[in-house]
Design a protein around this ligand. Structure first.
Ligand SMILES: NC(=O)c1ccc[n+]([C@@H]2O[C@H](COP(=O)([O-])OP(=O)(O)OC[C@H]3O[C@@H](n4cnc5c(N)ncnc54)[C@H](OP(=O)(O)O)[C@@H]3O)[C@@H](O)[C@H]2O)c1
Length: 331
């Protein structure tokens, strides 16, 4: 396979969406353990915003993007689970998915079932595998059981809409928060049992009402700074605070001592990349995700599509809370 040229999105320095620049890059051959993929669609994620802004610093210049789908063009030495021509999708490090073609480690690249279209594959890997590990691999004391109340912030977003549907499949009573009445309606239509507009209402009071003062077993908090304190107060004794993002800004340092009087709470800060650090765990999680999507129990909502060259607008919309469900970049 000869070298090829690919359009790609780079940043030379951290900053606002204006830093995202369309460039041409050369795509070479895969080395040992790598594959070369011709992308069909690229996923947009909030982590791309953190990496662009510098909240998660990167070596610069950098090619952004953590999620895509495509067709395997060539396979490096030692890669046994993929072949040329395979339909694939991935969520993984290193960044670099904002492009038409790339070479990358094969570990996290999964074959995409024929029933799942490329655009869905690009939209669902990072967000769906995140919902998977949050609901299935991030366990509170005694586990998660049908009938348990959980609170999921930003429930109408990319990860959120998948989590709402999957929680319903698991029999969980998910209370979702979202930033508008329309977003709350979307969360309810996708499996949330209750939805709270946390811009207009006090979500702590509503959670106490809904749970008859008992609180929830787990809070899944990706909003960070704005929701942190009240989220801890939404938990039942021995409840689990599962922090996994900072869309409103990072949470200031806190003293672990406050977890005691609030009910001997557990606190964890999870990242997908620990869960998908091996081929075996990645595939097991992806199989679970593919299964629930193929069965129709979880639908992937692609509510925004932007051409690759409109990536600045895509970032502006995501940061301005204008999006719902998943967004993709088209090629
Ligand atoms: N740790 C991990 O493994 C991991 C993996 C994937 C994603 N994440 C995190 O999960 C979250 C969801 O990711 P996503 O890609 O699916 O994004 P998303 O939920 O589609 O978008 C983020 C949402 O956060 C809410 N939000 C609340 N305050 C905000 C603010 N001040 N500025 C911007 N947004 C605000 C908005 O929803 P409302 O308007 O409804 O409030 C917004 O739509 C992100 O925080 C992301 O970093 C973490």
């Amino acid at each position: 396979m000869p070298e090829a040229l690919s359009r790609a999105i780079h940043i030379d320095q951290h900053g606002g969406p204006e830093q995202l620049t369309l460039v041409q890059v050369r795509v070479g051959q895969p080395g040992p353990g790598e594959v070369r993929i011709a992308h069909q669609a690229v996923g947009l994620n909030f982590i791309d915003v953190y990496q662009r802004s510098g909240l998660y610093p990167m070596a610069l210049p950098a090619q952004l993007g953590m999620e895509a789908s495509g067709i395997v063009e060539s396979v490096g030495e030692g890669v046994t689970h993929l072949q040329v021509g395979d339909r694939v999708a991935y969520a993984s490090q290193p960044a670099g998915a904002y492009c038409e073609a790339r070479v990358m480690p094969a570990t996290c690249v999964c074959r995409l079932p024929d029933t799942i279209a490329f655009d869905m594959g690009a939209a669902m890997m990072l967000k769906g595998l995140t919902a998977q590990y949050l609901l299935k691999r991030t366990q509170p004391q005694g586990g998660l059981n049908p009938g348990d109340f959980v609170l999921f912030h930003a429930a109408a977003g990319g990860v959120g809409l998948i989590a709402c549907q999957w929680a319903r499949v698991m029999g969980l009573r998910l209370i979702g928060t979202a930033g508008s009445d329309a977003k709350c309606a979307l969360a309810l239509a996708n499996g949330a049992e209750n939805a709270i507009n946390y811009v207009a209402e006090d979500f702590l009071e509503r959670v106490k009402d809904i749970t008859n003062g008992k609180g929830v077993k787990v809070v899944y908090d990706s909003v960070g700074k704005d929701t942190w304190d009240k989220s801890l107060d939404c938990l039942a004794p021995f409840g689990l605070m599962a922090s996994f993002g900072n869309a409103s800004g990072p949470v200031p340092p806190m003293a672990p001592g406050i977890l005691g009087p609030k009910g001997s709470l557990y606190l964890t800060r999870q990242t997908l990349f620990t869960h998908i650090s091996t081929r075996a765990s990645t595939q097991a999680m992806a199989d679970d995700l593919f299964g629930v999507v193929a069965s129709g129990q979880v639908k992937i909502h692609i509510d925004q599509r932007y051409p690759l060259e409109a990536v600045q607008q895509a970032h502006r919309d995501l940061e301005a809370r204008k999006t719902t469900g998943c967004s993709i970049l088209t090629l």
